[in-house]
Design a protein around this ligand. Structure first.
Ligand code: MG
Length: 260
């Protein structure tokens, strides 16, 4: 890829399992070495660069944004949190919430408390606009967690999102990583290609949005990069490229930068 092609290419990155290794405590994970620095450099040279994650923007800002060690001035990747319900164009300095999701903060606060009471062995993550029930530390809770979340969602008109060892309550707003990708590609018609790096079920809509675009515009280069993990392979069937783990992502980004 030459410099001009890089300037016309977009890059989307999931965070957990893609830029960071998965850990037992979701609050204690951090990016693999060189990931924040490589992304900042990529963002300075490519057409568009974003981190699109299930995490809140405030968390992403600490990891790869303006309030991270590598961060400064608001340059670097755009941050899309909670599957696109939150967004920051400046590394987390300003955070925009999707207007239709904003009224659900209170509802989710209640859901977090109820989940803690109902599932004492699970790790309940309060994400502001969503409530994640993690059962990585107690896999025998999987069924109870799924059932509780399903029922709570039905009773309160919320949506359910599944990931690896996690099930989540979300506002009933139609927004996923695919919508984030489609919005960016629509805003930037000059783009000639896009890459999406992901590892989990929530990344499938992102992969699919790239495929749709490539089908409509055969000149458009779509590269779907699946980052492997030991807990299953939810993206392998859609991937153009497989990496063995998050630690390989910064190296690939550096190679792209060097080659251009
Ligand atoms: Mg992930």
């Amino acid at each position: 890829m030459n410099r001009e092609q890089l300037r016309r290419t977009a890059f989307f990155f999931d965070f957990d399992g893609t830029l960071s290794a998965i850990g037992p405590d979701p609050e204690k994970v951090g990016p693999v070495p060189d990931a924040p620095e490589a992304l900042r450099e990529l963002a300075a040279h490519c057409g568009y660069c974003a981190v699109v994650s299930a995490r809140p923007v405030a968390f992403l800002a600490r990891q790869v944004g303006a309030s991270s060690e590598a961060g400064a001035s608001g340059e670097g990747p755009e941050l899309h949190g909670l599957y696109g319900l939150e967004f920051s164009p400046d590394g987390g300095a300003t955070v925009h919430t999707l207007p239709e999701a904003a009224p659900y903060r209170e509802v989710m606060g209640v859901a977090v408390e109820e989940a803690k009471r109902a599932l004492p062995g699970a790790l309940i993550e309060d994400k502001g606009l969503s409530c994640a029930v993690h059962y990585r530390n107690s896999p025998d809770l999987a069924e109870a967690a799924e059932e509780w979340v399903e029922q709570y969602a039905r009773e309160h008109g919320l949506k359910v999102q599944r990931g690896r060892m996690v099930v989540e309550l979300k506002p009933p707003v139609q927004r996923d990583k695919g919508a984030v990708v489609r919005d960016a590609l629509t805003r930037l018609p000059e783009l000639a290609g896009a890459w999406f790096f992901g590892d989990d079920l929530g990344d499938r809509p992102g992969f699919e949005a790239l495929s749709e675009r490539a089908e409509r515009a055969p000149q458009f280069t779509a590269v779907r990069v699946a980052v492997a993990n030991t807990e299953g392979d939810p993206l392998g069937d859609l991937a153009d490229l497989m990496l063995e783990g998050p630690q390989e992502v910064p190296g690939l980004v550096r190679r792209l930068l060097r080659a251009s």
